[in-house]
Ligand binder design. Structure first.
Ligand SMILES: [Zn+2]
Length: 345
């Protein structure tokens, strides 16, 4: 394998991609840094068709060579591919078949391009004991690096005790679970209609905020302290206003469950979780780092959704980070979480 860690040049990586379709080499203070985009999606057409959804034309149907060209332009060495769950409402056999197709296809893609892709497994979380089997099979037999889960399963929160076996297995395996919002908050559909695509721009971060708050306040994170959780979209709104979470039960103790004693302040749990960098501005990234620690941020773009193509520059150009912190955000921390051993953290 080629080794770019010492490229000997001091060319800033902030100036676009090289002409001629070559891979953009990301450099931090003279050192080549291998980058990992932890928030990247695809769809396996056969699985979506099986779900009864009419497949749209979508860049999510992955064409590996096209995808790699885009990664080269963006300075992304490795994408951690995941499929946003669309099977949580399906019956057991069908959901299991969709998961099987997804995970086999992801494993094949990673095997074909082992230096460019790793993948997070699909699991049928609506059947927790089956999801445990899916996770074990995907990690141990298929070489996937963890799993993606939605922020809710029907009406159930991720903190629901029915999911404890899944969290226990993820903790035991030491693999990353990527928490991703699901489309449309049914309870808020009425208020989120109208102009602005509010169901997404407000709904997604709110969805994540609610899911994480339950995991904190119901004691799930105390129960499974070794869990490695990473949330999409910078954790939604939670890191922006987490101090309020510290004051609710203090101000209104009678509104909180006296049988649950958290081991630490609610906001302190953010420092045990990981978050992607998809927060758009230098100020937002600075604040996220102030709340969760720079070592708990991983690069994420939502590729190919198109929210950003400058995820590398966002991290390089946000003031105030050390070179080591930038390198960790660009790839080192994700490599560690995903077990990518050809990237030295
Ligand atoms: Zn996404």
């Amino acid at each position: 394998m080629d080794d770019f860690r010492f490229c000997g040049c001091h060319v800033s990586a902030t100036h676009g991609s090289p002409a001629g379709g070559r891979r953009r080499q990301v450099v931090v203070n003279g050192r080549r840094v291998r980058t990992v985009d932890l928030h990247a999606h695809c769809i396996i057409r056969k699985a979506l068709e099986l779900s009864g959804t009419k497949p749209p034309m979508s860049p999510l149907y992955i064409d590996a060579h096209q995808r790699i060209r885009e990664m080269d332009d963006q300075g992304v060495d490795v994408e951690a591919l995941s499929i946003v769950p669309f099977w949580y409402g399906l019956e057991r056999e069908l959901a299991a078949e969709i998961v099987r197709i997804n995970n086999d296809a992801l494993a094949e893609l990673c095997a074909q391009h082992p230096e460019r892709f790793v993948a997070l497994a699909s699991v049928a979380l609506q059947f927790p004991e089956l999801a445990v089997e899916h996770l074990v099979h995907a990690v141990k037999k298929l070489g996937l690096r963890g799993a993606i889960v939605g922020t809710r399963v029907g009406d159930a929160e991720l903190a629901d005790p029915r999911f404890h076996p899944f969290w226990a297995k993820a903790e035991e395996l030491g693999v990353l679970i990527f928490i991703h919002s699901l489309p449309d908050l049914p309870e808020l559909a009425h208020r989120l209609k109208g102009n602005g695509f509010l169901s997404n721009v407000i709904g997604n971060p709110l969805d994540t905020t609610i899911a994480l708050s339950h995991l904190i306040f119901e004691g799930t994170l105390d129960r499974y302290p070794g869990l490695k959780l990473c949330s999409a979209h910078g954790g939604g709104y939670l890191p922006s206003y987490s101090a309020r979470s510290d004051h609710g039960c203090r101000t209104f103790p009678h509104r909180c469950d006296s049988t649950i004693t958290l081991r630490k302040k609610p906001s302190e749990y953010l420092r045990e979780m990981y978050f992607d960098s998809l927060v758009f501005t230098p100020e937002a990234l600075r604040h996220l780092a102030a709340e969760v620690g720079a070592g708990h941020i991983v690069m994420g773009s939502d590729h190919p959704a198109g929210w950003t193509t400058v995820q590398v520059d966002h991290i390089l150009e946000t003031p105030g980070f050390t070179d080591e912190e930038r390198a960790a955000m660009l790839g080192g921390t994700a490599a560690k979480l995903l077990g990518i051993d050809y990237i030295k953290p």
